[in-house]
Design a protein around this ligand. Structure first.
Ligand code: PRP
Ligand code: URA
Length: 207
């Protein structure tokens, strides 16, 4: 699928399988989600723009590079929080924004309850983080909010994606790069991804 990068790295797939396993309890689920998130971020940031710089080593001058733009990580609450702790040490200078959305069980609509974002995202590289892309309603709502803050460069890191969610997101945001570990088969009648891994927030937090 255009614009969708499926990260097939063996470590990513290993951790994804631990997360899918119904026997994995909250403690191991948290650990595995953190581990896979760090690996995914590494892939998702591969195309970050850099500018050439030179530094003096103790011996001589060396050419290198620095990130061109500041980074804002934006986890979607709650489940996105499970990916933040391990990602942040990889980009310790990053700012962290938050978007709170809760999918209503009957309508599957994403209800907004919180946001905390820099007022103007124009100059930033933004990484939107949410383990699950199901109907795509939450991702579209999150992108709409980022749009209100003038986002220009944004990519989505989502552990498991459903084809329906990708299509929905593509209709609204055709140019958004999506990084995922798996494009699963389909949604069930309750909007859960099949085979998926169940309710990510519930499995993370036990509630
Ligand atoms: C889950 C998940 C996504 C959303 C995906 O969150 O973390 O945000 O569902 O579903 P969608 O693509 O159909 O919108 P949920 O709304 O269950 O909230 P939670 O993270 O607080 O459990
Ligand atoms: N949200 C989840 O946590 N899991 C799904 O399968 C769908 C939405």
């Amino acid at each position: 699928m255009k614009g969708v990068t499926v990260i097939n790295h063996p470590l990513v797939q290993h951790h994804l399988t631990r997360l899918r396993d119904e026997r994995t309890g909250p403690e191991e689920f948290r650990r595995a989600l953190g581990e896979v998130a760090a690996l995914m971020l590494y892939e998702a940031t591969r195309s970050f723009a850099v500018r050439p710089v030179s530094v003096n080593t103790p011996l001589e001058k060396a050419r290198g590079c620095r990130l061109e733009r500041e980074v804002v990580l934006v986890p979607v609450l709650r489940a996105g929080l499970g990916m933040l702790d391990t990602i942040l040490p990889l980009v310790p200078h990053a700012r962290v924004g938050f978007i709170g959305l809760k999918r209503e069980e009957s309508t599957l609509r994403a209800a907004f309850y919180h946001k905390s974002l820099p007022a103007d995202l124009r100059q930033f590289e933004v990484v939107l983080i949410d383990p699950m892309l199901a109907t795509g309603g939450s991702a579209v709502a999150a992108m709409d909010l980022l749009g209100e803050h003038h986002v220009r460069r944004v990519r989505l890191v989502s552990l498991v994606a459903a084809p329906e969610g990708i299509r929905h997101l593509r209709r609204h945001y055709p140019a958004l790069p999506i990084f995922t570990a798996a494009v699963d088969r389909q949604l069930n009648e309750k909007g859960y991804i099949l085979p998926g891994l169940g309710d990510a927030g519930d499995r993370l937090f036990g509630v």
